[in-house]
Write a protein that binds this ligand. Structure first.
Ligand code: FPP
Length: 253
């Protein structure tokens, strides 16, 4: 496949999902507290949100806080929650200006009141925006999401609203937190770990996975562009043969 140094705007993923990893290690390497790494990570969030908006990407999902992250020391959890609130407050004008719409996935009820209020307000303020959809995964884990979906499906079957035969891929998708969004075509994980860590397990079924050693606080537009170039050099087959894809290539990217 031909190597191109410039991004082909006609073959961009519609949806990029990112596991923002390495804030703590980046800070430790500098002799700083882990929380310092999270603060610096916010600068990367801002740059990547703008980078995606500039490219015309429709959906960006960021794994900002996992269900498992509740097990971190209370001081770090509190600092992350506070950082979330102050960041949303500070960035809301920028989100409005850049036509970004905010969405949340995850166990919203488990978040502190002050976070919920701030996020609800930001969601409302950006609800009519038509550019990038920024999806923050907060208190999110994929197994949690799928169990919730299964429970609700079981309830609907029990109450007669649904027949077991109706449960297919499309229906299951409707019961997930990500129901309004298409599946990500590209998942990026920073900081050199090769894991999915309970993130969008169902939705990433056909995603291209991109791993980079760069720690999240150092992840900049240039790194996003590298990931996109790498994505565009891959052939997405969806279980088909190379020949089938080449004859139908216009339908698939
Ligand atoms: C992973 O690094 C990062 C997190 C658990 C938090 C990510 C949060 C932010 C970047 C800031 C808030 C986000 C928004 C959207 C305002 P780690 O702590 O797991 O790093 P380590 O693996 O090196 O310990």
């Amino acid at each position: 496949m031909e190597f191109s140094q410039s991004i082909d705007r006609d073959r961009l993923p519609r949806h990029i999902a990112i596991i923002m990893d390495g804030n703590g290690r980046w800070a430790k390497e500098r002799g700083e507290d882990r929380v310092y790494g999270h603060h610096e990570g916010v600068l990367s969030v801002r740059e990547i949100v703008n980078g995606c908006a500039e490219l015309g990407i429709s959906y960006l999902t960021l794994y900002a806080f996992s269900t498992e992250n509740w097990n971190r020391p209370a001081a770090e959890v509190n600092a992350l929650m506070e950082l979330l609130v102050t960041t949303i407050r500070k960035e809301i004008e920028e989100l409005k200006k850049n036509n970004v719409r905010l969405h949340i996935i995850g166990d919203f009820d488990s978040l502190p009141d002050v976070c919920r209020n701030e996020l609800n307000e930001a969601k409302e303020i950006t609800a009519d925006n038509t550019g990038l959809n920024l999806v923050l995964a907060l208190s999110y884990s994929s197994r949690w999401e799928m169990l919730q979906a299964s429970r609700r499906i079981a309830e609907d079957v029990k109450s007669g609203k649904l027949m077991p035969e109706q449960i297919d891929d499309e229906l299951f998708h409707q019961y997930l937190n990500t129901a309004p969004f298409p599946d990500p075509e590209l998942m990026i994980r920073t900081s050199g770990e090769y894991r999915i860590s309970n993130f969008l397990l169902y939705q990433l079924a056909y995603a291209e996975l991109y791993f980079t050693p760069v720690h999240w606080p150092e992840f900049r537009k240039q790194h996003l562009h590298e990931a996109l170039l790498n994505y565009q050099q891959r052939e997405r087959r969806f279980g088909k043969t190379s020949e089938q894809i080449q004859t139908n290539s216009h339908q698939h990217v």
